[in-house]
Design a protein around this ligand. Structure first.
Ligand code: FAD
Length: 455
């Protein structure tokens, strides 16, 4: 019998464990992750140059979760990275942002925050004039290599408690919620409290077990778009001051909301693998090893109404269509070709003044995969962005597709992130409550605080 069982060792699960043990160091905690230990997690692509489809994917699974190899941008604003404000309120969220950010710094996070306030005010006004919304958001950039270091230190901190067990390569097949039992292929583990912190890679599984055990779910949204890459000198005049610009465009032609997301100046574009060989795209950047390029996502939010209830499947379907056209690879196209309704080819890509960072992407035509309203909203947004960042919509810009942000169905939880079954908590990205490192980590602390009252 354990006091607390944690399924998923991403930031949400890790911060829950850290908070519980900081306050009650003798608590018996068991943690499970279907991926590898942080010390041996490595994406083989750096050697093979192409994805070899590890099962589970080393980028998104294992101790440290998707956060371990993430860009490590800690976005210090309540307005991004999740919906925790709906559960705990603005005041508490702001307090937790400071609390959790300090923990990241204490484990080795960069002490500098990248944000030029004066520049941000001026930039905000410039965006407003051009009908764009700029979200002012200070960023602590850990960098991919630092993220791994920080997660390794957190692992060592936790494993040093004699009463803590961390099982990696331990996929949880089922959770008997009423019985408070966690089930692997070999064993059953009884726990007084269970925290489900399975991230996006475990969200479908979480949905299934919730549906089977009468825990309510809500979902009507998916974000679909492209990963943009271009010479860094085009975005430097802005990113040198802000690190990233989070901008919203309200499309006049399609009425969709289009936003820039996850900007990585000096970064690298990466392939993101999901179950059943679904291939999408993402991006990140190292603190030290910088490229000469910037990448970011341009995403269109698609909301659905009755009778359609499967936004995740819709996003998957579009990604699969792109995968089908490229024989299972990420597709890449010059923006210039897309505007002329022409496919890109290897020859055309050679006209670029740089080499794209995702080397094994296949040139193609995104307009064969993306629905018209999504494509139009993206092209319209490039025109708008050109006014605040000249060159962004030019001949040197390439687009990788498809980037999809699946919104995990939101698990119905109370203000302590406890489900309608007592002592079962659902937190982090997998529960649809958060969408980034900081809020995922905070969700762990929120659940832990409530569990601590019962220990
Ligand atoms: C390339 C990339 C770059 C990113 N960059 C940023 C960034 O710069 N800033 C930012 O804020 N966010 C970023 N993110 C998002 C961020 O990593 C996530 O929001 C965050 O990791 C979510 O934390 P989590 O604990 O909820 O889930 P995760 O980190 O996904 O962890 C969940 C864990 O649960 C495990 N798991 C799932 N199912 C099971 C099961 N059945 N049994 C056992 N274990 C299971 C998984 O293996 C995984 O390790 C990035 C993500 C990616 C992929």
């Amino acid at each position: 019998m354990y006091d607390v069982g944690i399924v998923g060792c991403g930031p949400a699960g890790i911060f829950a464990a850290l908070e519980i043990l900081k306050n009650k160091p003798l608590t018996k905690v068991i943690m499970f992750d279907k991926g590898n230990n942080i010390k041996i997690r490595k994406c083989p692509k750096s050697i093979t140059n192409k994805c070899v489809f590890c099962k589970p994917c080393n980028i998104s699974c294992g101790f440290g979760g998707a956060g371990a190899f993430s860009d490590g941008k800690i976005t210090l604003s309540k307005d991004v990275g999740g919906y925790l404000e709906e559960y705990i309120g603005e005041k508490a969220l702001n307090e937790y942002i400071k609390y959790v950010d300090d923990i990241y710094v204490s484990f080795g996070g960069d002490k500098e925050v990248e944000f030029d306030k004066k520049f941000a005010e001026e930039f905000y006004k410039k965006c407003k004039k051009n009908n764009l919304d700029f979200i002012k958001c200070p960023i602590r950039h850990l960098g991919t290599e630092k993220c791994v270091e920080i997660m390794t230190k957190m692992y060592e901190k936790l494993i040093n408690y004699k009463n803590v067990r961390i099982l990696t390569n331990a996929e949880i097949l089922d959770v008997e919620m009423e019985e408070k039992t966690i089930i692997t292929s070999e064993k059953k583990y009884k726990c007084k409290n269970i925290i489900l912190a399975v991230g996006r890679s475990g969200s479908s599984w979480l949905q299934t077990i919730c549906k089977n055990q009468n825990i309510e779910l809500l979902n009507n949204k998916v974000d679909i778009g492209v990963r943009v890459e271009l010479p860094r000198k085009i975005t430097d005049p802005i990113t040198n001051h802000l690190y990233e610009f989070k901008i919203y465009n309200y499309s006049k032609t399609t009425q969709n909301v289009v936003r820039t997301f996850c900007m990585s100046p000096g970064g690298y574009v990466t392939q993101e693998n999901y179950d059943n060989n679904l291939v999408c795209v993402n991006g990140h950047s190292f603190k030290e090893n910088k490229s000469e390029l910037t990448n970011f996502a341009l995403l269109v939010s698609a909301h659905f109404t009755e009778p359609f209830k499967e936004p995740t499947k819709y996003g998957e379907h579009i990604s699969r269509l792109a995968n089908m056209l490229t024989d299972g690879k990420v597709m890449v196209q010059r923006l210039y070709d897309l505007k002329l309704a022409k496919r890109s080819t290897r020859e055309k890509l050679k006209e670029l003044t740089y080499e794209p960072t995702l080397k094994d992407a296949e040139p193609g035509d995104l307009s064969f995969a993306l629905p018209g309203r999504i494509l139009n909203a993206i092209l319209e947004t490039f025109d708008a962005l050109e006014k605040i960042c000249p060159g962004i919509s030019g001949k040197e810009t390439i687009l990788y597709g498809v980037e999809v942000k699946f919104y995990s169905a939101k698990v119905k939880v109370d203000n302590n992130l406890q489900t309608n079954i007592k002592n079962i908590y659902a937190i982090g990205d997998g529960a649809g409550i958060t969408r980034g490192l900081l809020q995922a980590s905070i969700s762990g602390v929120v659940a832990a605080k409530n569990i601590l009252k019962t220990l």
